[in-house]
Structures are given as C-alpha cells and as structure tokens.
Write a new protein. Structure first.
Length: 278
C-alpha cells in the first residue's frame, strides 16, 4: 500500500511539474492575447487581468500598420526558400550521384562552412552588400540568405539522395531518361519530406531574423520585414496603443502558424526519414 501511495505521489508530482512548465511556456502567449484587447488606460490599472471591454479596433489598427511588413517578409522568405531549395537539391544530387575529381574534398569543404559562426562573416558580408549597392532593398536580404543557408540543405539532400537505390536510377537510364529527368521525375518526388524540412527551417530563419535586416534595410521603411517593422512600431506610431502593438505581434505569427499546420505532416516525415538515414 505504501509503495502504491508513493508511486501515486510521484506520478502526481510529474504532472504538476509538466503543468508548471506548460504554464510557463504558454503564459507569454496568453498575456499577449489578453493585452491585444486593452487600452493604454486599462493596462495601467488592469495589467494582468482579463480585458473588461475587448478592443477589436486594436486589430484593425495593427493590421493596417503591419500588413506592408508582412508582405515584405512573405516576399523575402518566399524568394529565399525557392533559391535555397533549388540550389540544395542540385548540389546534393551532384555530390550524391555524380563522380568527378575532388568530389569528397569539395563536399567536406562545403560542409566545413557549417562550423563557421555567422558573426565572423557579418562585417565582410555587410561590406559586400554596401559595395554592391544592396543596402536599403530586399536584395540585401535575399542574396545573403540564399548563399548562407544552402550549406545545410546540400548536406541533408546529399545524404538523402545517396540513400536512394541505384537500381532505380539505372532502370530509368535504360528507359532513356537523362539525369535531369531522373532528378525531376524520381529523386525530387521521393525527397519531398526532406525538402519540406529544409524549406520550413529556411522560412522560419528568414521570417524571424532581426539583426541582419536591422543593419541593412531598416533605413528604408517600405522595405522593412516584420521583425524590424514591429520593433519600430511604437516609436514611429506614437498614437498607436500598446494593445495594437501586441495585436501586430499576434498577426505576424499567423502566417507561421498556418505554415506549420499545412506542412507539419511532411516536416515530421522528413525529420523521421533523415534520422533513419543518418
């Protein structure tokens, strides 16, 4: 009996700890949602409580303010993910299926770039963007994002393509298919889950990036992405209440939530297949 009581208390304590952790994780989100419905006056007297009269107009003001920034982020993330996925697929397939002198040395050289901290290339990258007159427009984000994010993609795609059975490729060659046909008709359809993993990681990274856009495009208000636009929102729109600012943060999270809902199945499949192949 004592053993059963001890096991029950331990089980209850585990649930209590898990609930406490979940509460700590979700409370900032709940607080943000509650704040979106308050005026500045109510925040001063009812900071943590429920809104007494939910201010729907906060979302209207936030939508008008952050919509251009959301559009800029969609543009930058969309173009970047297309370029990164295309280069990752082509590079990974070349390293996995082609034979050429120095292939392994070149592959290890590419993979070694993953060990270089991004802060070491920050200043040289900024100087290159300045000398190419990219500052202040989206090209200052798109080109460095594509160049810097394809290393991990090439590594993952190379492992996946190398795991595909060679007999499948040979059968396609016997039927007259060239390498481009094999890549587009066989290799790419089979690697959709892995491509989705690379794409989602890339989109999350570019959507949430703050430091690089801050130093390259923040001077041009029309080119700001969502993290930069939200950071400048309280200072440039002095009349906008804090509830509307929080509503802006809420609206900026909706595209990523939608992306996760529609790609979760492929993302989990890609992670599982990648883990098995690694």
């Amino acid at each position: 009996m004592r053993h059963q009581r001890g096991a029950l208390r331990a089980e209850i304590m585990r649930y209590v700890v898990l609930v406490a952790f979940l509460g700590g994780m979700f409370y900032p989100i709940v607080f943000m949602l509650l704040t979106t419905g308050k005026t500045n006056a109510e925040l001063s007297i009812n900071f943590f409580g429920l809104p007494r009269d939910f201010q729907v107009e906060n979302y209207t003001r936030a939508f008008n303010a952050v919509l251009p920034y959301i559009g800029n982020s969609i543009k930058v993330s969309g173009v970047t993910v297309i370029g990164q996925v295309a280069l990752s697929v082509l590079g990974g397939y070349a390293f996995a299926r082609f034979k050429f002198p120095g292939k392994n040395i070149l592959f290890y050289a590419v993979v070694s770039l993953m060990m270089v901290p991004g802060i070491l290339t920050f200043v040289p990258q900024f100087i290159i963007a300045r000398d190419l007159s990219l500052l202040g427009n989206h090209n200052a984000l798109i080109f460095p994002y594509i160049a810097g994010s394809q290393v991990g993609g090439i590594f993952m795609m190379r492992i996946f393509f190398a795991s595909l059975p060679e007999e499948l490729m040979e059968a396609a060659r016997v039927d007259g298919a060239n390498e481009l046909t094999i890549l587009s008709r066989i290799a790419v359809p089979l690697s959709i889950p892995m491509i989705m993993v690379i794409a989602v990681q890339n989109i999350l990274g570019t959507w949430n990036d703050y430091i690089w856009p801050l130093v390259t495009i923040s001077m041009n208000e029309s080119a700001r992405t969502i993290p930069i636009g939200l950071a400048f929102l309280p200072t440039e729109y002095a009349q906008i209440p804090y509830g509307a600012v929080m509503a802006g943060y809420t609206l900026s999270a909706i595209p990523m939530a939608i992306l996760f809902v529609f790609t979760m199945r492929y993302f989990v499949q890609g992670l599982s297949s990648g883990a098995l192949k690694l």
